[in-house]
Design a protein around this ligand. Structure first.
Ligand SMILES: Cc1ncc(COP(=O)(O)O)c(C=O)c1O
Length: 409
């Protein structure tokens, strides 16, 4: 059955991995928050690069010229996806974590002892660990608290900011429990203290459209493998900002954005795949420009995902022994990522039983270990996480709910 916003059948037909059978049963991918499946166009784009244009960059011959174009085109596509001012705002890395570590090293060189950086208890470690290392150079790293309801404590945020705050690092949404954070409110606070705002959009970018220029964030990071692309990390930095930061660089590299934070040879084939992933998303929408198509596509994708996740949420709440963690799905804006516990079973046991039916779901803390700890769930093995992606169907939601009911019996 198709959902009203998108043609699920046509979307699903584009993902070859959905055709896979294991033990004669179809695969049900609810592991999107850990990495989505990729459409054929992404696979084709990677293959095309290796067949035709495989070379290093910045040379004189055809394949190196094409490689330069592949990299440039990806920056153009990502600038459209993020609403960035230009492609020069888009830097490329191995993954979000490595880029954030590189950025934290550069920023540590411009901060001084007594400066403050604010992180959150809700964030993935990739947006905590790199900033905690700044303590080594005398920077005070503080954390905004997470409330038991799964929301960040915005009063605590305000209390922990002052004229020494140089940088606030927060997620746009939580990969562990799906909370969407009020980053607009925090932007206002950072303006008050003239602090930079860094957003982790890794879990947000697959589900909602982003407009970095409108948000006014200074840095934003995301990962293409969470939005139907290959394993590549992306950093947006505000025009003129990265050029001023002393990044780790070889003598041969200039201090000019976007390359100044990119070290060594990039994964060119995967970069070709990122552009195809952006075009795949744009293909779900309509409009005159790539940006318009992307914005429209995200409306459709989030409507589809909301429909499925609402059904999943309502169904889970009816199963005896199930507790859905975090905010009420019906009344708050959340990502379609639902984490729950089941009385009498560990999350690993639940996931093992789901895996026996080819349902791909994750258990544990998903590197948001501090959030799961603060919520008192770490010693219980964390949570079971089900994530809805564009290719999931209502039938799959029914199937997953029926299997969880059986596990709960
Ligand atoms: C919210 C969030 N931030 C950061 C990361 C780290 O991303 P990467 O694997 O690209 O380093 C993840 C990965 O799961 C994530 O979900």
């Amino acid at each position: 059955m198709n959902s009203p916003s998108i043609d699920t059948t046509s979307i699903r037909n584009q993902f070859p991995s959905l055709e896979r059978k294991h033990n004669n049963l179809p695969m049900v991918y609810m592991d999107g928050p850990a990495g989505t499946q990729v459409p054929q166009s992404v696979i084709d784009s990677i293959t095309h690069y290796y067949k035709n244009s495989n070379a290093n960059s910045h040379g004189t011959f055809i394949t190196t010229n094409e490689t330069d174009q592949v990299i440039h085109h990806m920056r153009v596509c990502m600038a459209a996806l993020l609403g960035a001012e230009s492609e020069d705002c888009i830097s490329i890395g191995q993954n979000m974590t490595s880029l954030n570590f590189s950025l934290s090293r550069a920023i540590s060189r411009v901060l001084k002892a007594g400066d403050e950086v604010l992180i959150t208890q809700l964030d993935h470690e990739a947006n905590r660990g790199p900033w905690l290392t700044l303590r080594e150079v005398g920077v005070r790293v503080r954390e905004a608290n997470l409330l038991p309801n799964g929301q960040l404590d915005y009063d605590d945020f305000a209390k922990k900011m002052n004229e020494n705050t140089r940088l606030v690092c927060m997620g746009m949404s939580a990969n562990s429990i799906g909370t969407v954070n009020n980053f607009k409110l925090i932007r206002e606070l950072t303006y008050r203290y003239n602090a930079w705002l860094l957003l982790d959009a890794v879990h947000y970018a697959p589900h909602f459209s982003i407009n970095v220029a409108a948000i006014g964030c200074d840095f934003l990071l995301c990962s293409a493998y969470k939005f139907y692309g290959p394993h590549v990390g992306i950093l947006y930095s505000k025009p003129g900002l990265l050029d001023r930061l002393p990044t780790d660089r070889l003598r041969t590299a200039g201090q000019v954005a976007p390359e100044s934070i990119e070290t060594g040879t990039l994964n060119h084939a995967a970069i070709a795949g990122v552009s195809a992933a952006v075009e795949f998303i744009a293909g779900v929408g309509s409009g005159n420009t790539r940006r318009e198509k992307l914005v429209d596509a995200y409306h459709k994708i989030s409507a589809h995902e909301y429909l499925l996740a609402s059904k999943l949420y309502a169904g889970l709440r009816k199963i005896p022994g199930v507790t859905v963690i975090g905010q009420d799905f019906a009344t708050t804006n959340r990502t379609p990522t639902l984490s729950f516990t089941l009385e009498g079973k560990t999350p690993t046991q639940v996931c093992e039983q789901l895996a026996s039916k080819n349902i791909c779901a994750w258990d544990g803390h998903f590197y948001a270990i501090h959030a799961i700890e603060v919520l008192g769930l770490l010693e219980k093995g964390g949570v079971t996480r089900l994530g809805i992606s564009v290719y999931n169907s209502l039938e799959e939601v029914d199937f997953v709910l029926a299997e969880i009911e059986k596990i709960a019996r």
